[in-house]
Design a protein around this ligand. Sequence first.
Ligand SMILES: *Cc1c(COP(=O)(O)O)cnc(C)c1O
Length: 352
Amino acid sequence: MINKWEDNVRRVVPYTPGEQPKDKNIIKLNTNENPYPPAPSVREILDNFDVSQMRLYPNPDSEILVNAISERYNLKQEQVFVGVGSDDVISMAFMTFFNSDKPILFPDVTYSFYDVWADVYRIPYKTCPLREDFKINPDDYKQENGGIIFPNPNAPTGVLESIDMIEDIIKSNSDSVVMIDEAYIDFGGKSCLPLIEKYDNLLVIQTFSKSRSMAGMRIGFAMGSEKLIKYMNDVKFSVNSYTMNSVTQICGAEAVRDEKYFTETVNKIIATREYSKKKLAELGFTFTDSMSNFIFASHKTVNAGYIFEELKKRKIFVRYWNKPRINNYMRITVGTDEEMDLLFKALEEILT
Ligand SMILES: *Cc1c(COP(=O)(O)O)cnc(C)c1O
């Protein structure tokens, strides 16, 4: 039975995140988490945290964290917005900047949260098909639109676009806000952050979840012109002022200061990724030249859905989507060398 009040429900089809299995013995290569722990100084902060501080509301501006991020990226504090994971930041940005009757644009193969936010906020959208090689065709983004968003490198393909191409798109769209979701930029890509000084309609979004090993803490941030950031804060303070808790604020600030550890772990993951590309090629896989912490791979003869299920039986989780264009691909998160070797062993077994 459908009640009358249900006519007035905001109905949405929610985003489906990758599985978080309870079994600790699983090799988890399905949600692009970092296999290494966060910066060691985070441990210290938690050991010395004064619990009585929890009585108090957190600083609503997340000042400590905003300061640390703005220092790290040579920006003014007024150019940084923080949120509870970049999912929160992007959601706020959609609410703030995508209020046109014209459709927003994003690729057909991309982060599957964008259409969910567009639906929940009633934002019209149009997807632009990636080329055969999963590259963006910049001309697609030169039509009338109410805003633009895409990840660079893209997910789940791992394909990196050039700064010149991104600048070309921004230049052609001075009437809308362009958001570049740089969730994976630290794994070998070049950030378009310098462009924010030149274009006040560019918002660059990053996260602590991948390159800084803190998916569980939920920290994301956006960088842009003071004007953009001010508009985002106005909306944020109209929804919920105290989104980020005080423990997270100080842990995040501490983590972002440890440049040495950050570089070390990122480089380890890059090395494992390149080693994994060689191994996968030997096993008969083809893949994009990923510049992220995952590899988007397809086998020349064996169906991806089958490999995915067989790996699961062997307690190795990767990500698979039964969706047009990508239903013969698996997205494999880059784990430790040891985890990857176990994956290759299992693949050998499955493929022979
Ligand atoms: C992981 C991811 C995010 C969200 O990460 P948070 O954990 O919410 O910071 C955003 N965009 C893309 C493309 C991602 O892969």
